[in-house]
Design a protein around this ligand. Structure first.
Ligand SMILES: Nc1nc2c(ncn2[C@@H]2O[C@H](COP(=O)(O)OP(=O)(O)OP(=O)(O)O)[C@@H](O)[C@H]2O)c(=O)[nH]1
Ligand SMILES: [Mg+2]
Length: 376
């Protein structure tokens, strides 16, 4: 496989001078793969590009892509990745920092995972064997750990431990060659979040490899002060386009409408002085009908059930699964009365049961049974 290590630089003269010599020692030690390096420099005023050019006389594997002005890390990677795929015919793209925070000695360990069939190999600070600099201040540590934890859950990817890092290896064929860079959601550091979400949702086989994220020892940090806001913006924009998230949001809205139908008709029938069984029975059934209809025409419009026979059958099934929710609430409610010996917590237990058990139960039933995706 051909691996291209992409290293964006802005004023990294000193680091680059040391890095290229070290890479020259490491690259020949990598078996099975052809590894080349592409620096993407944004006309660094300190002359980083000149350093690279002087080394190019000795090393055939060393490439340089020059830019006009500082455009941000995301833009630099977008340029570098497109060039590596189109002009260098890369099979894998590695993202790598110029300032030794990603130890070059770890490059072979990441590349070795290609042989095990992984599409996306992530250098991870947050699994056993990985770390962030011990002497970082409390604030920076908290921001790094807390920001990463938040992003993991907001992206609905708790299975990935490091989602905000920048030391990664991505397969081109079937993945990065299908990515439309004109849709990249950030020109800054937050590009990482978008590419990660893209790779994982595209079905990449992921491997996390632990590494010690070092502290920067020379050169200046380019990280922006608004990085947190930028990351939140990217996650928000990405998730509002995510079909699964949109579907879940619609499901929640339909559920809330069902609740309003239930509570509203309950009031109305009570005012009309209908008998208890009619009041509860009919208002509940109306809510079930509302849920079925709106989910069918809106939440699951792509799997819409049609035809009288199919509709009747599925509606019957829907009523049965709705009874499951009732059963969960009854069991949890009874258990809590028995365990807590007080009705004081009833509302709390009910709210907990609905949010943690009934919602996921209903959603699973709808997606796996009632509106099951047809296999292609
Ligand atoms: N070409 C290019 N490279 C950039 C740009 N911004 C950052 N970089 C490079 O991207 C890498 C990561 O940037 P850093 O400033 O080290 O960010 P960081 O590692 O999160 O922050 P520190 O821990 O302070 O180093 C470095 O190699 C930078 O030189 C940019 O606008 N253009
Ligand atoms: Mg750095």
């Amino acid at each position: 496989m051909k691996v291209v290590i992409i290293i964006p630089t802005y004023n990294e003269r000193e680091n680059t001078d040391k890095m290229i010599d070290i890479l020259a020692d490491i690259l020949p030690q990598i078996p099975d793969h052809q590894v080349e390096v592409l620096y993407v420099d944004d006309s660094s005023p300190d002359g980083t590009a000149q350093v690279i050019k002087s080394f190019q006389k000795h090393y055939k594997w060393l490439h340089l892509l020059e830019g006009n002005a500082k455009q941000g890390l995301g833009s630099a990677y977008a340029r570098g990745m497109r060039y590596a795929m189109k002009d260098m015919h890369a099979d894998y793209l590695m993202e790598f920092d110029a300032d030794f925070q990603h130890p070059p000695q770890d490059i072979p360990r990441l590349i070795a995972e290609i042989n095990h069939g992984y599409d996306y190999i992530i250098g991870s600070r947050y699994i056993a064997g990985g770390s962030i600099p011990a002497h970082w201040g409390g604030n920076r540590k908290l921001l790094s750990v807390g920001g990463n934890l938040f992003a993991r859950f907001a992206l609905l990817m708790p299975q990935i431990h490091d989602v905000t890092g920048g030391f990664r290896l991505s397969r081109v064929k079937g993945f990065m060659d299908r990515f439309d860079f004109s849709t990249l959601l950030s020109r800054q550091f937050a590009y990482k979040i978008h590419l990660l979400a893209y790779m994982v949702n595209a079905g990449a086989k992921v491997r996390e490899v632990p590494f010690h994220f070092a502290a920067r020892t020379s050169g200046d940090s380019k990280i922006m002060k608004n990085e947190m806001k930028e990351t939140l913006r990217v996650i928000f924009l990405y998730q509002t386009k995510n079909p699964q998230v949109r579907r879940f949001f619609k499901f929640a809205v339909v559920g809330f409408v069902g609740y309003l139908v239930n509570a509203g008709t309950l009031q109305l029938f009570t005012v009309w002085k209908w008998g208890s069984v009619a009041v509860w029975g009919i208002s509940t059934e109306l809510a079930i009908i509302s849920n079925f209809v709106w989910n069918n025409v809106w939440t699951f419009s792509d799997q819409k059930i049609t035809g009288p026979g199919k509709l009747a059958y599925k509606f019957f099934q829907f009523n049965l699964t709705s009874m499951g929710g009732l059963l969960i609430q009854t069991v949890v409610g009874t258990l809590s009365d028995w365990l807590l010996h007080t009705t004081h917590y009833r509302q709390l237990v009910l709210a907990f049961a609905i949010v943690c058990l009934v919602l996921p139960y209903n959603y699973l039933m709808y997606t796996l049974v009632i509106w099951r995706q047809k296999k292609n």
